[in-house]
Design a protein around this ligand. Structure first.
Ligand SMILES: Cc1cc2nc3c(=O)[nH]c(=O)nc-3n(C[C@H](O)[C@H](O)[C@H](O)COP(=O)(O)O)c2cc1C
Length: 371
């Protein structure tokens, strides 16, 4: 066990909403690209989740799951669009729980952010505004289509609960559909879903209320948000602060603060953005810090963490409660156990972001073994 005074408390048990988490480390949502074609689990996926939980990851957030069958924004992503998934997720959650790790499922509606299967899928958007990096144009949603997606997010949330997950995370970041509704750049609607921030939040809030109605008061619901869109006319941090306050007031149990990718910039994974090379620890830390001071629900920060001492310092000096890691755990699934056991060298991950491959997403440098 690591004896460093600063880091010790990172390994203490805490409660995230009503979830007992054995430490402060979260595997942030990571799409593995390893399901069957229709989103069902494979042996490789069971092995990956078992490996993470065996190696002391306190809370695992699954890769994003698609809530409606016809909208799969990327290949190999987990499905949760009908009840046929429940039994296999029960198996997954019980594997993770057998190691005293916890697991929540991330739910997403994709949209125009990817170029996958453009001809085959219906691609909804708040308005007909091409996505800045893919140039893909979606169909502006009618009120009926909005209701359909709101209901299907909620139904998927209920399946998540019925599958034994400890909670659910709504993906409201990374320019996927919910993020686009929040954004004044992508949302040009003139009805009750567009215009003022209150109107732009309506879609997310309706999803939350409908899901809450279906999962009950005690089931934790989290949201992942983009801190700011980093371009003129996009969602600003001032607006995100107001969104967080609103989410807290309606009963959201915690918020994960992330960022966006636009054009050639790959800010989410810390590559060059407007000439600024982001090699620093904690790409969105400054934003998460501020939000953690204005709300009283747990804040998870994600993006660019690889040094234990730095994480411990942030943990001790701010109100941020949990630390999300994605690529470092692809490179070293045993990272948290290694740190806990006293080998506190930084994560090996070199942030090359070459982990997305056509045969599955894994670390092509340090962990080529894909089970
Ligand atoms: C291969 C890969 C898949 C990802 N899949 C998702 C996903 O399904 N949902 C999501 O919200 N973020 C996803 N992300 C983003 C991560 O959760 C995280 O926000 C980002 O990688 C920055 O954290 P890191 O520096 O620890 O990698 C993915 C990242 C990678 C590298």
């Amino acid at each position: 066990m690591c004896e460093n005074k600063l880091t010790k408390s990172l390994f203490n048990e805490s409660k995230l909403a009503n979830i007992k988490v054995k430490n402060r480390f979260v595997r942030s949502a990571t799409w593995e690209n390893m399901t069957t074609e229709d989103g069902h689990l494979t042996k490789e996926l069971y092995n990956i989740y078992e490996d993470l939980s065996k190696n002391e990851v306190g809370l695992i957030i699954t890769g994003y799951g698609n809530i409606v069958k016809e909208e799969q924004p990327n290949p190999g992503m987990m499905g949760i669009y009908d009840d046929s998934f429940i039994n296999e997720y029960k198996k997954l959650t019980s594997i993770v729980h057998s190691y005293d790790s916890k697991i929540i499922m991330q739910l997403a509606y994709g949209g125009t952010k990817t170029k996958f299967n453009l001809g085959d899928r219906i691609i909804y958007a708040p308005s007909e505004v091409p996505e800045r990096s893919t140039n893909v144009l979606g169909k502006a949603m009618t009120k009926d289509e909005i209701n359909y997606i709101v209901n299907d997010f909620a139904k998927a949330g209920k399946r998540v609960k019925d599958s034994g997950f400890d909670g659910v995370e709504i993906h409201g970041a990374h320019t996927y559909l919910i993020n686009q509704f929040l954004s004044p750049y992508y949302n040009r609607r003139t009805d009750e879903y567009g215009g003022s921030l209150e109107n732009r939040m309506r879609f997310l809030i309706e999803i939350y209320y409908k899901m809450r109605e279906m999962v009950g008061e005690d089931f934790p619901i989290f949201v992942k948000l983009t801190a700011t869109e980093f371009f003129d006319g996009g969602l600003t941090f001032e607006e995100t602060k107001l969104i967080c306050k609103k989410l807290e007031s309606i009963g959201i149990n915690g918020i994960e603060i992330s960022g966006n990718v636009h054009g050639k910039a790959k800010l989410m994974v810390g590559q060059v953005f407007d000439g600024l090379e982001l090699k620093k620890e904690g790409y969105f830390l400054e934003y998460a810090k501020i939000i953690s001071n204005i709300v009283n629900i747990p804040i998870i920060t994600v993006g660019g963490f690889k040094e234990l001492d730095n994480i411990a310092k942030v943990f001790n000096e701010t109100n941020i409660s949990y630390f999300g890691l994605s690529r470092p755990l692809l490179a070293e699934p045993n990272l948290i156990k290694r740190w806990k056991d006293g080998d506190t060298k930084p994560a090996k991950c070199v942030r090359c972001s070459k982990c997305r491959t056509p045969e599955g997403n894994y670390c092509t440098i340090f962990n080529k073994c894909t089970f």
